[in-house]
Design a protein around this ligand. Structure first.
Ligand code: AKG
Length: 270
């Protein structure tokens, strides 16, 4: 269960920081997999020129058992169930690693009712529901001014998205309503893609290390491709349900302990 304060904070901001999700052992295990499978070499000038100091690659969830465990980590599943819904599914996942000075290409993006309707924020009778939502796991601190993930708190409920100035969206002008949440290694941050967000250049000496696991309600897919169970290390039945392709009719609840959602219940699963 998430707390009433968690719901208040998520509704207010469009994101929530979940503290101390991972132990130092889990962080070390995942960092070891990152070094082995996706090694960095920022001293190699050609490599940095090519990547711009920003390295991304997909399907990190299959890198190791510890990475696989993040699919349904017990410290985050109550947030996924209560904020996305009982049939939540993993839509796609990738990492973002950045060296000092790493320059991302994108601009601020997202917003309510975008991406053909798959990015949304709704609430009804005290129940919150989101479309595509991002669970970012941090394997290195992001201190004040370090850069990386930034967002416009509250913009998931904006009624004036088309008036959002392009120079702020493209980071040519900085306004205090764009903020960089401060997090520590082991924390996770859950945000709805209905929130306006983006990436600032990375300023810290240490590498930015994040995994982004993106979840959707069970009947929605943002990604054009789906997961293959054979790519993983003996998935549990629960993980198989979370990785399964989208469907509405008859889709079972994602979590083992949750009662199935029948087609006759309302869309919030109530
Ligand atoms: O974590 C970040 O740097 C931002 C990720 C992002 O832009 C996204 O999830 O769409």
């Amino acid at each position: 269960m998430i707390t009433a304060e968690d719901k208040f904070v998520f509704d207010l901001q469009g994101y929530i920081i979940i503290k101390n999700v991972l132990t130092s052992e889990e962080i070390a295990e995942i960092n070891e997999a990152c070094d082995r499978i996706f090694p960095r070499d920022y001293s190699d000038v050609e490599n940095v020129k090519e990547t711009g100091g920003v390295r991304r690659t997909g399907q990190v969830s299959k890198w190791s058992p510890a990475c696989q465990q993040l699919i349904d980590h017990p410290n985050v599943i109550p947030y996924l169930k209560d904020l996305i819904g009982p049939t939540f599914r993993l839509d796609h996942d990738y990492c973002i690693f950045m060296g000092q000075g790493g320059e991302p290409k994108g601009m601020l993006h997202g917003g309510p009712e975008t991406a053909n309707g798959c990015q949304f924020y709704k609430h009804h009778n005290g129940t919150i529901r989101n479309g595509l939502s991002v669970l970012t796991f941090f394997f290195a601190d992001a201190g004040p001014g370090d850069g990386g993930f930034v967002c416009v708190p509250g913009s998931h409920k904006s009624n004036f998205l088309s008036d959002f100035p392009i120079d702020v969206q493209t980071f040519k002008r900085f306004e205090p309503y764009v903020i960089q949440p401060v997090v520590e290694a082991g924390d996770a941050l859950l945000f709805t893609e209905a929130l306006v967000h983006g990436t600032l250049p990375w300023q810290a000496e240490h590498e930015r290390r994040t995994f982004l696991y993106k979840y959707s309600p069970g009947h929605i897919s943002f990604s054009q491709t789906y997961y293959h169970p054979d790519d993983y290390f003996e998935l549990t039945e629960q993980q198989k349900r979370i990785l399964s392709p989208p469907a509405a009719g008859g889709r079972p609840a994602s979590l083992d302990a949750t009662e199935s959602v029948s087609d006759n219940k309302n869309v919030l699963g109530e």
